[in-house]
Write a protein that binds this ligand. Structure first.
Ligand code: SF4
Length: 186
């Protein structure tokens, strides 16, 4: 079978340059595909200025550590859709760390775990809350019986609010240990 026009072009240009040309061609092809698709259109000037009409800006704080840096959360129809730094905040004064910048991902991230998972034979399986609580508590009680209450260390979460921290502390005391700390030990 004879060589087609692309084979001939490839021979003349050399493989590397041919591939470069091919990728430019693919880009142009993809762009024309979008341009000709009536489901995709250019954003209007109004949409560029305000992509979330009717949204509200709410002053809040990052909950990752006790510094409590300021965040402006933009909310549309009850859903957190965008965040910005709070320039006027008395503590963070218009900045925050990399964890605070991603604070919105605690709500929006596709990787967020929303139910208990158990690793079975190397694979994560979804289990019910009841199963998770029963299995974990059975294991904890077994360990406590075998090795005493100091077998456990309770490490709190910076996500705990005041009331949750109170119950967490009570839980460790009832368990019978002073091995308890807060995760944000700064
Ligand atoms: S985690 Fe970072 S952004 Fe959040 S409160 Fe602490 S220092 Fe501020």
């Amino acid at each position: 079978m004879g060589k087609n026009i692309l084979d001939n072009l490839s021979l003349k240009l050399g493989r590397r340059n041919f591939l470069k040309l091919a990728s430019v061609g693919a880009g142009i092809g993809a762009t024309s595909l979008f341009a000709s698709n009536d489901k995709v259109r250019e954003a209007t000037e109004e949409e560029v200025k305000n992509p979330f009409p009717g949204s509200k800006k709410v002053k809040t704080i990052c909950s990752v550590c006790s510094a409590g840096c300021g965040i402006i959360a933009e909310v549309q129809n009850g859903v957190w859709i965008r965040q910005d730094v709070a320039q006027e905040h008395p503590i963070s004064q218009g900045s925050h760390c990399c964890k605070g910048i991603d604070q919105i991902d605690l709500v929006k991230s596709k990787q967020r775990v929303k139910y208990p998972l158990k690793k079975v034979a190397g694979k994560w399986q979804r289990i019910s809350w009841e199963t998770a609580i029963n299995e974990i508590s059975e294991k904890m009680l077994k360990l406590r019986k075998e090795s005493g209450p100091d077998v456990a260390m309770f490490l709190g979460s910076a996500k705990f609010n005041l009331q949750q921290a109170f119950y967490f502390r009570k839980f460790a005391a009832m368990w019978g240990t002073n091995n308890i700390d807060h995760v944000a030990r700064i």
